[in-house]
Design a protein around this ligand. Structure first.
Ligand code: DX5
Ligand code: ZN
Length: 229
């Protein structure tokens, strides 16, 4: 069994609004420094985008990078697996220091088993949906989830435009979460910035992922994060 830190993500209140900068938009030549700055800049969580070049047409980083970054921050590592076969990599990311692991409901393998595997390793478990996947696809898993991640862009790349038509899905999932009577976080990911942060919060999202609007903001990290809180 992993000797894990108490999992800070599951300790977060579902009602507050948390900002999770995505390091996909950080300087990949200086990721340790980027991660180390986030806590002082007011971030609540570090969002780590993992891509396999198959589930999405891009490659990003693997468990070795997560392991190397672990000692640079005490913030929870919120690992978003955009992988066709995530069940093959859950243990490696948990061992590397992930606090939370989200897989896509569209991925291969028995989703319920993958979610159980994540929790058995001491991480909190989440499901993510592509923009084209209906909220109803979550129904069989609601009693297993700690988090739902709604994509407001097609997964694979940072810097895309926010898909406003996903707001209705956020409201629908927020209602499903209320009905589940579980403390499930609703996270939104893709094109989030100061212009849509309150819209997605009002739609029920309590965790906002932001890559470009944080790391590419001329105001700097701290002010960029403040505009989202
Ligand atoms: C896209 C990733 C997102 C993305 C967010 O596949 O899952 O986390 O990096 O980046 P922005 O905020 O630039 O859309
Ligand atoms: Zn992501």
């Amino acid at each position: 069994m992993l000797n894990r830190r108490p999992n800070p993500l599951s300790a977060l209140e579902a009602t507050a609004a948390y900002v999770a900068p995505s390091i996909l938009a950080a300087d990949f030549a200086n990721l340790g420094a980027a991660v180390a700055q986030l806590e002082d800049a007011g971030a609540d969580i570090v969002h780590v985008d993992v891509m396999d070049g198959h589930f999405v047409p891009n490659l990003s980083l693997g468990p070795a990078i997560v392991k190397a970054l672990r000692s640079y921050s005490n913030l929870p590592f919120d690992v978003h697996l955009m992988l066709s076969q995530p069940y093959k990599y859950i243990e490696a990311f948990a061992q590397a220091g992930a606090d939370h692991i989200t897989v896509h409901v569209e991925s291969e393998g028995a989703i319920a088993c993958t979610l159980e595997q994540i929790k058995a390793l001491g991480c909190s478990a989440g499901l993510s949906l592509r923009p084209g996947t209906p909220a109803s696809s979550l129904r069989p898993y609601m009693q297993m989830l700690d988090l739902v991640l709604v994509m407001s862009v097609e997964p694979g790349f940072g810097g895309q435009s926010f898909m406003a038509e996903q707001v209705d899905k956020m409201r629908e999932i927020s209602a499903m979460i209320a009905a589940s009577k579980r403390n499930i976080h609703l996270e939104v990911d893709g094109g989030i910035d100061a212009s849509n942060a309150s819209l997605v919060r009002q739609a029920g999202c309590n965790m906002l992922v932001a890559g470009s609007s944080v790391f590419n903001n001329p105001l700097g990290l701290k002010k960029a994060i403040q505009t989202l809180q």
